[in-house]
Design a protein around this ligand. Structure first.
Ligand SMILES: *[C@@H]1O[C@H](CO)[C@@H](O)[C@H](O)[C@H]1NC(C)=O
Ligand SMILES: *[C@@H]1O[C@H](CO)[C@@H](O)[C@H](O)[C@H]1NC(C)=O
Ligand SMILES: *[C@@H]1O[C@H](CO)[C@@H](O)[C@H](O)[C@H]1NC(C)=O
Ligand SMILES: *[C@@H]1O[C@H](CO)[C@@H](O)[C@H](O)[C@H]1NC(C)=O
Ligand SMILES: *[C@@H]1O[C@H](CO)[C@@H](O)[C@H](O)[C@H]1NC(C)=O
Ligand SMILES: *[C@@H]1O[C@H](CO)[C@@H](O)[C@H](O)[C@H]1NC(C)=O
Ligand SMILES: *[C@@H]1O[C@H](CO)[C@@H](O)[C@H](O)[C@H]1NC(C)=O
Ligand SMILES: *[C@@H]1O[C@H](CO)[C@@H](O)[C@H](O)[C@H]1NC(C)=O
Length: 447
């Protein structure tokens, strides 16, 4: 019975086999997919305990996980001073980085040797008049200076953009609320001259907003897309770069929100999120929502993933470029309806990044790895894995003028910090920046 049905199915399926979507599946595995043996982090070894406990088994070699696959990672910078998050690299190889501000003396920097960083563009720009609002304690201030740079991105025109959350953590304990004029997106040219400083109205970036990461769509007048990782106000902030006007989309959508059931595992240890006791935080870091974002190589999709979730999402940029207004009263609904759930990706991610081949690189701290989403197949592929990858925070692709395409990334041991370890700092200096060669180049989204 079964075999005759099978025969019938095989026979009838062959009639349309040529055009069935199943049989039309593109070349599989697709080009660029690592061979299965290349992503098997395997070796064999004997177990020392057996040498005494059981001589018969002492020489038996057991399959083990070496923790490594993919092209080798190269250490490009060691941070002995402040704790880093972002990295951006210009085409001439200059490396920009940033430090969430506790009592650090600067928050935006350029790497000036393998082991040191200098304030960028200078110390003065990194020194606000104050951190605490004199009339409004627990709030920050409005200032053109840099308060707390969470992300630094070099765009397709080699311009350096600093995303300032406006929320200092004074003396390492308090994440202050914002006042308008504190949070901002500041653009610098490579000589350090600031050509733009875009601030936000109070109904676009809220007092408890946490601007996290930014990507630039330089087609036409240009747009910037920013994640708001605040648990109270998860969403996407969009800026029209031609006018400086900004608006929000996807407020509270699952694509940008915390999965409260999420329990990741880092270096093999299950990790539970502890609430921080009052009164130390208005928003605590360990409940951050939408974090990494990436723009598809053609600029048509914005990929996003909450840091406390294993889900990957994307939304067409065409719908979020529409500013909600009386002229576009359904803009919010239409944007929410257009969100695509791309399913789980095998782990959570902090940073996301794109290359010109269309890959979306996904930090994979649970695996000490970086994976990549292949939009041609819908699959997440293994890319690199190494025990030295201790929380890949921010990812940044660069095509160097002197040759070479690289994915740079910071490795900052985030989950070992005191915020996440009940006040104890389990991190080990130096924090690291690595790079790995990639096939694709920088995706510039310029035309
Ligand atoms: C399959 O589709 C192609 C176009 O994609 C068409 O040329 C061909 O005739 C189709 N074959 C069948 C069996 O329908
Ligand atoms: C994987 O297998 C192929 C074919 O057997 C071989 O050429 C290649 O060297 C192997 N790669 C690794 C990393 O073992
Ligand atoms: C595999 O194990 C052998 C013996 O323990 C060791 O010499 C070799 O370096 C290991 N190879 C890898 C890729 O870890
Ligand atoms: C790097 O910058 C720091 C801070 O400005 C400075 O103290 C140090 O001398 C610089 N190092 C190099 C190698 O330029
Ligand atoms: C302090 O907060 C008040 C009220 O939000 C605001 O009006 C004022 O501009 C802030 N001060 C500074 C220096 O930004
Ligand atoms: C940080 O703490 C030190 C010592 O406890 C104190 O002197 C300083 O004023 C504090 N800084 C701010 C901005 O509150
Ligand atoms: C302040 O910064 C210094 C230097 O970065 C660091 O050694 C110290 O622990 C910090 N103190 C607090 C309270 O964050
Ligand atoms: C966290 O630390 C506090 C004291 O600082 C202690 O009372 C509490 O038991 C600790 N909690 C856990 C889960 O270790």
């Amino acid at each position: 019975m079964f075999s005759s049905l099978l025969a019938l199915w095989l026979c009838s399926s062959s009639a349309f086999a040529q055009n069935s979507s199943v049989f039309d599946f593109p070349e599989y595995p697709p080009p660029g997919t690592p061979a299965p043996n290349a992503t098997l982090a395997s070796n064999v070894t004997t177990l020392p305990a057996n040498e005494v406990s059981n001589p018969e088994l002492a020489q038996v070699k057991i399959h083990v996980d070496t923790g490594r696959f993919g092209p080798p990672i190269e250490l490009v910078h060691a941070y002995f001073n402040f704790w880093p998050t972002g990295v951006g690299v210009s085409s001439d190889g200059r490396i920009f980085t940033c430090f969430p501000r506790g009592n650090e003396t600067f928050t935006l920097a350029e790497v000036n040797s393998s082991t040191t960083e200098a304030p960028f563009p200078n110390e003065e720009f990194n020194t606000p008049e104050a951190f605490i609002n004199g009339t409004n304690p627990a709030f920050g201030i409005a200032t053109s200076k840099l308060i707390f740079v969470q992300s630094v991105v070099v765009d397709g025109r080699d311009r350096v953009w600093a995303l300032d959350t406006g929320r200092p953590r004074v003396n390492g304990t308090i994440l202050f609320a914002t006042v308008p004029g504190g949070p901002k997106l500041v653009g610098f040219d490579l000589s350090g001259d600031s050509f733009a400083s875009i601030t936000f109205p109070a109904d676009v970036v809220f007092a408890d907003s946490s601007l996290n990461d930014v990507r630039f769509d330089l087609r036409g007048g240009g747009f910037a897309y920013i994640t708001d990782s605040s648990p109270q106000h998860p969403g996407i902030v969009v800026i029209d770069l031609a006018t400086g006007t900004s608006w929000r989309h996807l407020d509270g959508h699952p694509a940008v929100s915390i999965d409260s059931t999420f329990v990741p595992s880092y270096n093999g240890v299950p990790f539970f999120l502890h609430p921080i006791p009052a009164p130390n935080a208005i928003t605590h870091l360990n409940t951050f929502a939408a974090d990494g974002i990436a723009l598809s190589a053609d600029g048509e999709f914005l990929y996003v993933s909450p840091i406390t979730s294993r889900q990957l999402w994307r939304v067409p940029t065409s719908v979020i470029k529409v500013q909600p207004s009386s002229a576009n009263p359904n803009a919010i609904i239409l944007a929410n309806q257009a969100v695509q759930n791309l399913g789980q990706k095998g782990g959570n991610s902090d940073g996301l990044e794109t290359d010109s081949n269309g890959f979306i690189y996904l930090g994979a701290p649970e695996q000490n790895a970086i994976s990549r989403f292949n939009p041609n197949t819908g699959l997440v592929e293994p890319f690199i894995r190494d025990p030295a990858i201790q929380w890949p925070d921010t990812l940044s692709v660069v095509s160097l003028r002197d040759g070479g395409n690289f994915l740079y990334f910071t490795s900052n041991q985030l989950w070992l910090g005191p915020d996440y370890q009940n006040g104890t700092d389990l991190r080990t200096k130096p924090y690291a920046m690595f790079r790995v060669a990639i096939e694709g180049g920088k995706a510039n989204q310029m035309s």
